[in-house]
Design a protein around this ligand. Structure first.
Ligand SMILES: *[C@@H]1O[C@H](CO)[C@@H](O)[C@H](O)[C@H]1NC(C)=O
Ligand SMILES: *[C@@H]1O[C@H](CO)[C@@H](O)[C@H](O)[C@H]1NC(C)=O
Ligand SMILES: *[C@@H]1O[C@H](CO)[C@@H](O)[C@H](O)[C@H]1NC(C)=O
Ligand SMILES: CC(=O)N[C@H]1CO[C@H](CO)[C@@H](O)[C@@H]1O
Length: 256
């Protein structure tokens, strides 16, 4: 009798109450819908894997629903990450990104801004090699057509955009006067090996804001949130914390 009674309890739960409770506990199904854009798989020719993972962990913990995207284009080149040299092969950005997404990644051409509350671009050289030509052309770079469409689309819709590491160059190129950070502006003995990036950011007409690796800069007006991540030569958990600051500010700005 007892067992039977307790089994019948769930069917008595009032659905409206259950739904409200879901919002209060921040349960998974209630969060903001966030698009994450990848650019391959590996720091030197694609998405920086730890940055993508950190972004996904923080989004998961904070209750967001994630959908991953990548452009269906070939990579600028393939780097043998052990040798640090280009390899004689070609790879597709969408297929490589599927490694990080555990297979569940969509063509960026299919991303509809109205389906999402926010968008995040983890870093890695893929952002400068496959999402834009920044690695080759610097401030005169061009940006992948769909990256331009979605980045401007989220901006125009007043939906927040998060970027870390080298990805802020995409916002700097496309959103005139945007404020971003890539960390410090001096190399400081190798702690900030890419400090010269700050000058390129300014050359594209954006404002560079100096931040620590554990921080994010929030451009409230443009709803653009950036964090230095692997622009800094430091411990992985500090990069993880900075990406957490980026993700939490993106979700805060999304109002979800
Ligand atoms: C379910 O709970 C809601 C909110 O507490 C209440 O407004 C509603 O009347 C309840 N419905 C039923 C069928 O008990
Ligand atoms: C793939 O991702 C979409 C969007 O987040 C989700 O709705 C779907 O359930 C996922 N599919 C699998 C097989 O995990
Ligand atoms: C995007 O989604 C909106 C809302 O669902 C829809 O009205 C619109 O047609 C979609 N745009 C495209 C290009 O599919
Ligand atoms: C092979 C190759 O270079 N692929 C592309 C990577 O992304 C940039 C930026 O969109 C394109 O210009 C390249 O053609």
């Amino acid at each position: 009798m007892f067992a039977l009674r307790s089994l019948s309890v769930p069917s008595l739960v009032n659905k409206t109450q259950a739904l409200n409770a879901c919002f209060h506990t921040g349960a998974r199904v209630c969060g903001a819908k966030v698009a994450v854009v990848l650019s391959g798989c590996g720091v030197y020719d694609g998405t920086e894997i730890h940055e993508a993972s950190a972004t996904l962990v923080h989004l998961s913990r904070m209750g967001a629903q994630v959908q991953m995207f990548a452009p269906d284009v070939s990579q600028m080149h393939v780097i043998d990450h052990k040798k640090g040299q280009p390899a004689e092969e070609s790879r597709n950005v969408l297929s490589e990104s599927a490694r990080i997404a555990r297979g569940n990644v969509s063509d960026l051409a299919e991303l509809n801004v109205s389906d999402h509350d926010a968008i995040i671009f983890p870093g890695g050289f893929g952002a400068a090699k496959n999402l834009s030509t920044f690695a080759v052309d610097g401030p005169d770079c061009t940006v992948n057509r769909d990256v331009e469409r979605v980045l401007k689309g989220f901006h125009q819709a007043g939906k927040p955009i998060g970027l870390c590491c080298i990805s802020p160059v995409l916002a700097a190129k496309l959103l005139p006067g945007v404020e971003v950070t890539v960390g410090h502006e001096e190399e400081e003995g190798g702690r900030w090996p890419y400090a010269g990036m700050a000058q390129a950011i300014k050359a594209m007409g954006a404002k560079h804001c100096v931040k620590e690796v554990t921080e994010a800069h929030v451009d409230q007006k443009n709803k653009v949130v950036t964090s230095p991540a692997f622009m800094c030569e430091t411990k992985l958990h500090l990069i993880f914390d900075g990406i957490g600051a980026m993700v939490s500010n993106v979700l805060k700005l999304s109002g979800k």
